[in-house]
Design a protein around this ligand. Structure first.
Ligand SMILES: [Zn+2]
Length: 289
C-alpha cells in the first residue's frame, strides 16, 4: 500500500496546476520521502511553509481512523503502524491542499467483502483489506513476480482510494457532478495518478489492467446493466484513454488492437484535457493557496 504515497505526490501536481506556490515548497520537502520504504521514512515531518491565512472554507480535516459514531470508533482489524503512518501522511498532504467544511476519516479495515467505499453519514473513506487480497489474487494469474504484483496491487488500491476520495469531495464540498458519478470519480482518480511522470503513467496502466482482469469472467448473458458503475472493461478503456490522452507521444505504444483502439485514441487528448479542466475548476475554490 506504500504506493498510495506516490498518489499524494500526484496531488502536489494538482496544486502546481492551480498555481499554488505553498504546495510547491511542500512538494520539494516531501519528495525525498516518496521513494523509500514506508518504515525507512524519518519520523520528522517536513517543515511547513510560513503560516498563511486560513482558507475561509477550511473548517475540517482529513483524519486517520474512525469517526466516533461508527463502530464505537474501533476498527474490525487493527491497522498496522506503517499503514496508519502512511494514511497520516496522505491526510497531512490533503489537509495542506484542500479546504474541508468538516472532518473526513480515512482508514483501512476488514469489511467482510472485497470493497472500498465512502460513507456520507460518517464522512468516512474505507479501503477493505479484502479488496487488496482479491486484487493480489487477480494479478497472480498473470505474473509470478511478487515485487511486480505488490506494485500493481498498490497502484490499484491507489485508484480505489482516489475514486472514493472523489465521492467524498462531491459530497462534502457539494460539487455539482453531471453524468454518472462513478465515471466522474474514476476520471478524478486517473487524473490524480497521472502526475505527468512515467511512473504515474505506469501506475495508471496497472490500475487499468485490474479492470481488464476483473472483466475476464463476466458472463455476457448476466451483465448488471442496471449497475451504477460502468462495466469493468469500459473502465479499462476509459483509463487507458486518459493515460494516452495525457501524453500521446510517449504512450503511442498502448494504441492498437491489443490495447486502446485507434478509433477511441483519436479523441483521448481532448477527453483528458476536458476531464482535467472540469475537475480542476470544481476543486479550485477549495484549494489552499
Ligand atoms: Zn464509486
Amino acid at each position: 500500500m506504500k504506493r498510495l504515497l506516490f498518489g499524494v505526490f500526484a496531488l502536489v501536481s494538482l496544486a502546481l496546476f492551480l498555481g499554488s506556490s505553498q504546495l510547491t515548497a511542500t512538494s520539494t520537502a516531501q519528495s525525498t520521502n516518496f521513494n523509500g520504504p514506508v518504515n525507512a521514512r524519518p519520523a520528522a515531518t517536513p517543515a511547513k511553509p510560513a503560516a498563511a491565512a486560513k482558507h475561509p472554507l477550511d473548517k475540517g480535516d482529513f483524519k486517520v481512523g474512525f469517526p466516533p459514531v461508527a463502530k464505537g470508533g474501533k476498527p474490525r482489524k487493527a491497522m498496522p503502524k506503517d499503514e496508519a503512518a502512511m494514511l497520516q501522511e496522505i491526510a497531512t498532504g490533503l489537509n495542506e491542499l484542500i479546504a474541508l467544511p468538516r472532518d473526513v476519516y480515512l482508514n483501512f479495515d476488514a469489511c467482510g467483502e472485497p470493497n472500498a467505499f465512502y460513507s456520507s453519514d460518517t464522512t468516512e473513506v474505507t479501503i477493505c483489506y479484502e479488496l487488496a487480497d482479491q486484487i493480489e489474487q487477480e494479478f497472480k494469474t498473470i505474473t509470478k513476480d511478487q515485487a511486480k504484483i505488490d506494485d500493481m496491487v498498490g497502484d490499484t488500491i491507489m485508484q480505489a482510494f482516489f475514486h472514493e476520495l472523489g465521492h467524498c469531495l462531491i459530497d462534502v464540498l457539494d460539487l455539482p457532478a453531471t453524468g454518472r458519478e462513478e465515471d466522474a470519480v474514476d476520471q478524478l482518480a486517473t487524473i490524480l495518478i497521472l502526475d505527468g511522470s512515467p511512473e504515474g503513467r505506469r501506475s495508471a496502466i496497472n490500475a487499468a489492467l485490474e479492470f481488464d482482469l476483473a472483466s475476464r469472467d463476466s458472463d455476457p448473458n448476466d451483465m448488471a446493466y442496471w449497475d451504477e458503475h460502468s462495466f469493468s472493461k469500459t473502465r479499462f478503456y476509459d483509463m487507458l484513454c486518459l493515460v494516452y490522452g495525457s501524453d500521446p507521444k510517449s504512450m503511442r505504444s498502448i494504441v492498437g488492437p491489443d490495447g486502446l483502439p485507434e478509433e477511441r485514441a483519436v479523441r483521448c487528448t481532448l477527453e483528458y484535457q476536458r476531464a482535467e479542466k472540469a475537475w480542476m475548476r470544481l476543486l479550485e475554490p477549495f484549494i489552499i493557496k
